[in-house]
Write a protein that binds this ligand. Structure first.
Ligand code: DGY
Length: 423
């Protein structure tokens, strides 16, 4: 990796830094996003450990009293994004959205602690963050799996982080398109509309926001009234991984009873994820909790149980075969939807493009599952994509073109993590 690329990746993070928090990219996403900040923190910590911790400290200062870590914190007003705080109406200060995103924060904090050169400072900052991290995991289970089924529910495609994945098509079709707010999309002023979610999807996204606002953002009411309730395999796998990392933090900073509490949640999630395996698809599948049925769409999220270390050796082997099969159909891994699925669209956001963060999580999982060579080749493929396509939001799996937003923070962060891993 060239020193120039490292310097450019660091410059992307510095230029997107708004003072204690980092925007995913200028204009398109002008606020702080929850899971973006987890990756950004890890990226920053490769060259500025203090700034890495600050990213998560800023986000967790905006955690709700019940433990929810919001998807968006609107630190400063901007007209570049819709829906803004007035549509969410959560009543928080600073304003936040009222839903969450995949829980990567405990994983980020553990990693920053384990790699810190200033051990004393890192111990102090990780220790101070630990109670908030634990509160956020407790929130996931209490608010989103009150019946202790072993799978947490996500109630909005935005919560999955993979907004317009074809995995959500059928569940989202149940959501009415009617909205009270006039939809003033800003994303398509910044980005080619062919690379973004479609209009009807946006109407349903906003319908859900208004429904939850009517529920007063109360988790029980939201769970009961929503027409969109899925067990997202990505979120559950990331949560399982985060619980494992939280357990390591608890051993340093927690009370003994918390270790047992986390271990029980890990065992429950392991049982839940095991139920999502699909031998026919060679990946894990999300589940529609309202229809009570698996969602038969193979996506890159279905490989994330590797990251959660939830797969048996036979499942790892089957997912390796799936990866090879997908790679034989597109030039650049890992496409976000199986390329032989009719819903695969190589340039439309989460319906086909390659995302560096997903590649990194899959590679981490492969390395931990006895597949170091494949992990290394996915690292190399991801570095090559970024080298050729720039710090783009996502990449076309056919020709590697960088598409979506440019100078994207989490893509820069992944480049830095790949470099740090190679050193
Ligand atoms: C979007 O694309 O606007 C979503 O908010 C992402 O979280």
């Amino acid at each position: 990796m060239t020193g120039d690329m490292i310097a450019r990746a660091q410059a992307v993070l510095r230029s997107n830094d708004r003072g204690g928090y980092t925007v995913p990219t200028d204009r398109l996403y002008p606020f702080q996003w929850n899971w973006d900040s987890g990756f950004v923190a890890m990226g920053f910590s490769t060259f500025d450990e203090g700034r890495g911790f600050a990213e998560i400290e800023t986000l967790l200062r905006c955690q709700w009293p019940d433990g929810l870590v919001p998807q968006i914190v609107f630190h400063a007003p901007s007209d570049d994004y819709f829906p803004g705080p007035e549509v969410w109406g959560t009543g928080r200060l600073p304003p936040t959205s009222g839903i969450t995103q995949p829980p990567i924060l405990a994983t980020a904090v553990r990693r920053m602690l384990d790699h810190a050169t200033d051990r004393t400072a890192a111990e102090a900052r990780a220790g101070a963050l630990y109670p908030s991290l634990h509160a956020s995991h407790r929130w996931w289970h209490a608010a989103r799996d009150p019946a202790a089924t072993g799978l947490v529910a996500t109630l909005h495609p935005w919560e999955t982080g993979m907004d317009n994945s074809p995995a959500w098509d059928a569940a989202l079709a149940r959501v009415p398109t009617a909205t009270r707010a006039a939809i003033r999309r800003r994303d398509t002023a910044h980005i080619d509309a062919g690379m973004r979610p479609r209009g009807a999807e946006y109407q349903r996204f906003i319908h859900l926001v208004e429904l939850y606002r009517d529920c007063g953002w109360q988790p029980a009411a939201m769970l009961a009234r929503t027409p969109f309730r899925v067990a997202d395999v990505g979120t559950n796998a990331i949560l399982l991984r985060a619980e494992r990392d939280l357990a390591a933090l608890a051993a340093r900073f927690g009370r003994p009873a918390e270790t047992a509490e986390i271990a029980a949640r890990i065992a429950r999630l392991e049982r839940g994820l095991a139920r999502l395996w699909s031998p026919a698809h060679g990946v894990f599948l999300s589940r529609d909790l309202i229809a009570g049925a698996p969602i038969a769409v193979a996506t890159s999220a279905g490989l994330l149980p590797l990251f959660g270390q939830a797969a048996t050796p036979a499942q790892v082997a089957a997912m390796v075969a799936t990866l090879h099969r997908w790679e034989s159909m597109v030039a650049h891994p890992v496409p976000s939807t199986a390329p032989d699925d009719l819903r695969f669209e190589p340039q439309r956001y989460w319906r086909g493009p390659v995302w560096a963060i997903v590649n990194w999580m899959i590679a981490e999982g492969l390395a931990a599952s006895g597949e170091p060579a494949l992990a290394a080749s996915l690292h190399a493929a991801t570095r090559a994509l970024i080298a050729a396509g720039g710090f783009s939001e996502y990449f076309d799996p056919r020709d590697g073109a960088g598409i979506g937003g440019g100078t994207f923070s989490w893509t820069a962060a992944i480049l830095l993590l790949l470099d740090a891993g190679a050193r």
